[in-house]
Ligand binder design. Structure first.
Ligand code: NCD
Length: 320
């Protein structure tokens, strides 16, 4: 069987890049989900490898720190039998537009099929995609999008509840600086979930309502109503001091403490994209507890990234 084919609607995936979830249709998102289902099965075999991308080369191009996402992409690629190269460069610069395009072109000139890019500038992946012929997968661009994280979060919710439509999902904390929040908003709303954003006004402006979500500044007001709580990391490296009074105050009003957890629905599902600030946005007891899906998210990330790499590469050979 080749994953992603024989899908009921005869739907055909045509995107050779994955830049964000804002432009994806519900049908496309569902297609990634069902493709991931078939790759998840591969991960349970004793030989965890399929030849789907044999002879292909993926380069991980990370201009920001990351362990989990980079490792996940590397492992996903190697399970598809692709070769993986790591190109990591920390940069603090702002206007690296030209350098970035040059870098991407140079990488492509070495015969690369997929560039996985993480970059501090919003729009970096899109820019690169306009200058290369190979596939570009966005692994996080500034505070803009982190599409594979949004997809793996969606996959994990779908797996836990058997559906997404009709669920109430709270995304909590440092929303304004979060690409994970934005990709979650697109994925969840397109699939029919009700998204409730929770955070202090400084980290969650009302303008988010234009995305078709609820904006709530009082966590306790909604805590007993939601099916899923996705706690975001407080991104100290991005927050301006004026946005954030004190760590203690943040935990008091927006942390997932034991006291708050006790007021949640009985079967509430707890998520976090990692890396966690234990004791700040989430208590360790809850993060490591039986209702936490945090490590399941990491496991599912692999199947979802295998699906994405497979699909963009298939689209590439159709175009070529
Ligand atoms: C997220 C990211 O980098 O956007 N982490 C991740 O992908 N593992 C979330 C975060 O850094 O808070």
């Amino acid at each position: 069987m080749s994953p992603g084919h024989g899908h009921k609607s005869g739907f055909k995936w045509t995107r050779k890049h994955l830049l964000g979830l804002q432009d994806l249709s519900a049908e496309e998102i569902e297609h990634v989900m069902t493709t991931a289902d078939s790759f998840k099965e591969v991960s349970t075999r004793s030989v965890k490898k399929v030849p789907a991308l044999r002879g292909r080369v993926l380069v991980n191009t990370f201009f920001e720190d990351s362990t989990r996402t980079r490792t996940s992409f590397s492992l996903a690629a190697s399970r598809l039998s692709a070769d993986v190269i790591d190109f990591s460069e920390k940069t603090s610069s702002t206007s690296k537009g030209e350098t970035l395009i040059d870098t991407a072109r140079n990488i492509e000139a070495m015969g690369i099929d997929i560039i996985v890019l993480r970059h501090p500038a919003a729009g970096a992946a899109e820019t690169v995609s306009r200058h290369v012929n190979c596939s570009v997968v966005n692994a996080g661009d500034g505070a803009h999008e982190h599409p594979t994280q949004g997809l793996l979060d969606l996959y994990t919710i779908r797996e836990r509840f058997g559906k997404v439509a009709g669920l109430k999902v709270a995304v909590v904390g440092d929303i304004v600086n979060s690409r994970v929040a934005r990709s979650n908003i697109w994925a969840l709303t397109k699939m029919g979930a009700e998204v409730i954003l929770v955070g202090p006004p400084t980290l969650l402006p009302r303008t988010f309502e234009r995305f078709g979500v609820r904006v709530v500044h009082d966590f306790d007001q909604v805590i007993g109503q939601v099916d899923v709580i996705n706690m975001l990391r407080v991104q100290f490296e991005r927050i301006k001091s004026s946005q954030f009074p004190s760590v203690r105050e943040f935990t008091r009003f927006f942390g997932l403490t034991s006291d708050r957890f006790n007021r949640c629905k009985k079967d509430v599902f707890i998520m976090h994209p990692g890396p966690m600030n234990r004791g700040i946005e989430i208590s360790s007891k809850i993060a490591d507890g039986p209702q936490s899906g945090i490590l399941t998210q990491v496991t599912n990330g692999l199947a979802v990234r295998m699906a994405v790499l497979y699909l963009v590469t298939q689209a590439q050979s159709q175009v070529a």
